[in-house]
Ligand binder design. Structure first.
Ligand code: UN1
Length: 512
């Protein structure tokens, strides 16, 4: 047996046996309860983290408020320079951080490294953007007047992230927030606090080396009470929340109640339509990676395959064959395709969903189940499974964060698109076809209703350059690329009169 270099990795990332889970610049502190982080890969305790008390939250918010006053006056390209240095550090720490993501969260090492690569990529993207935070100029209807618009920093951005992308989602929000002149408070998932501490250590190095104020990038490990404080605090201009639709509904309401801004990244129920004109070799790779990658715990994971009747049996047989070859085991071992679920609660939900599916009439062509024995001591390893279903089943309408794949048959593309759209969620979608008419119909306004619609690619693994997010119960938020930075700034329209008279707009006469 090997320790996969875990002790050295933890040391390199500054993780000790007992850590404080709050950081506002320099030293870490915390006065709340102790949290233990267990690895789903081997069930072992990795280390302990002291969590935040409400008083710790007050310390953090005060630091953030004062840091913002200073940081908003730093020119945007100089803020970009900080992000550039952060990206360089991430390159140095990539191997260690990727390994920690894999060990604490359970995704394969390749995917852990891929997640850190997303962090590096968003940094590069944000550095360029730091010189392009532009608005329009407009022609005024009045003589001697000029109109333009500009974007100003918002203030404090609260980032509430999920266990499944324990580092990348934070970095998308942080990199954009920084170039926009905002300061951030990060409440990571309680299931992956060590990933957060490691990131905070890296960012603290950047802040210290540049003599930047404490409080530009803060982190607070705590339970839902800390999350609720952040959500209801009018000092926090924007809440970027990634998590379940159930929690997101409350977050959205509570932020709206105080007229704050929110970005919501909630559940997905992503489908690939496999048409009679699909390249089936590609379809198999896209579908299998989409369904079993990250053990089905991405919001973009493929949950449904909507398959044309003419290729249904062939796809089904090839899927069964492909699933037979999957290696399930320690994600740090590069021979394995599928790692564990995050914890035993997730295993229970997986089993409950299988049971519900069976009760509703689902026909399992690849059986699920929990793995036991050598290497599976954590109790979190499950078998990826496949069921033939109807799209209307309650369980199929629901997002289960596990490797359960549903197969649905269709006859016409219109029918397939209707099935694809007939779920409450609207994150990611894809079509496999070599036929232009089919692809374009799928992408048209009569096509997919999702925030992401792909052709000849699976549903997961979006690049950071595009806007990431979805419609309906997915929450409507967008993160990372394109012009998403605008969500992180407040917009101001300016009209300037450089004449010696004051004509009113709309031709209104008002003589004194
Ligand atoms: C998520 O699952 O929360 O598109 C984010 C993807 C990744 C991001 C997923 N780039 O699969």
């Amino acid at each position: 047996t090997t320790d996969y270099g875990i002790p050295q990795m933890l040391k390199n990332l500054g993780i000790s046996n007992e850590n404080n889970g709050v950081s506002a610049g320099g030293a870490f502190f915390a006065t709340g309860d102790m949290l233990e982080s267990f690895s789903p890969t081997d069930g072992k305790l990795i280390s302990k983290v002291k969590t935040a008390n409400p008083e710790d939250y007050q310390t953090v918010i005060e630091k953030a408020k004062s840091a913002f006053k200073e940081f908003r006056m730093v020119p945007a390209p100089k803020r970009g320079e900080l992000v550039r240095q952060f990206g360089l550090k991430l390159r140095e720490y990539k191997d260690d951080l990727g390994k920690l993501v894999s060990y604490e969260m359970g995704k394969s090492l390749q995917e852990g490294l891929g997640e850190v690569q997303e962090m590096i990529d968003i940094c590069d993207f944000a550095v360029g953007l730091s010189r392009q935070l532009h608005g329009y100029t407009m022609h005024s209807e009045r003589p001697g007047h000029r109109m333009y618009e500009q974007y100003h920093p918002l203030g404090i951005v609260g980032i509430i992230s999920a266990f499944n992308f324990p580092v990348a989602v934070w970095s998308w929000n942080t990199a954009l927030s920084w170039i926009c002149g905002n300061v951030t408070i990060w409440k990571p998932s309680e299931k992956t606090p060590l990933c957060a501490i490691a990131c905070q250590n890296i960012i603290n190095e950047v802040l210290n080396e540049n003599n930047m104020p404490e409080g530009i990038s803060t982190m607070i490990v705590g339970d839902h009470k800390i999350g609720e404080m952040l959500v209801s605090d009018k000092n926090v201009a924007l809440i970027s929340f990634t998590g379940s639709t159930k929690v997101g509904r409350t977050v959205g309401k509570n932020v709206a109640e105080r007229f704050g801004k929110s970005i919501l990244e909630l559940g997905g129920n992503n489908a690939i339509i496999i048409t009679e004109n699909a390249d089936l070799d590609m379809s198999i790779i896209g579908a299998v990676f989409g369904a079993v990658g990250t053990a089905g715990q991405r919001c973009t994971s493929t949950r449904r395959l909507i398959i044309h009747t003419s290729v249904y049996d062939e796809m089904k047989n090839r899927l069964v064959q492909a699933y037979g070859q999957l290696k399930i085991g320690n994600p740090l071992d590069e021979n394995n395709h599928v790692g564990p679920l995050i914890d035993k609660d997730a295993v229970k939900q997986y089993l409950d969903s299988i049971e519900k599916c069976r009760q509703e009439g689902g026909n399992f062509i690849v059986e699920g189940g929990v793995l036991e024995g050598d290497g599976y001591e954590s109790g979190c390893y499950v078998k990826p499974c496949i069921a033939e279903v109807e799209n209307s089943y309650g369980i199929v309408q629901h997002e289960t964060f596990a490797p359960i794949l549903y197969l649905i048959k269709y006859k016409t593309l219109e029918e397939a698109i209707a099935l694809q759209n007939d779920v409450p969620q609207g994150l990611s979608s894809a079509i496999m076809t070599q036929n232009l008419r089919e692809a374009e119909l799928f992408l048209s306004q009569a096509g997919s209703d999702c925030g992401i619609a792909n052709v000849n690619i699976g549903t997961s693994g979006a690049e950071i350059g595009g806007a990431f997010g979805g419609e309906k119960e997915t929450g409507g938020g967008r993160e990372s690329g394109s012009d998403v930075w605008k969500y992180y700034m407040r917009r101001q329209t300016n009209t300037i009169n450089y004449t010696a008279s004051l004509p009113l707009a709309q031709g209104i006469k008002f003589d004194l």
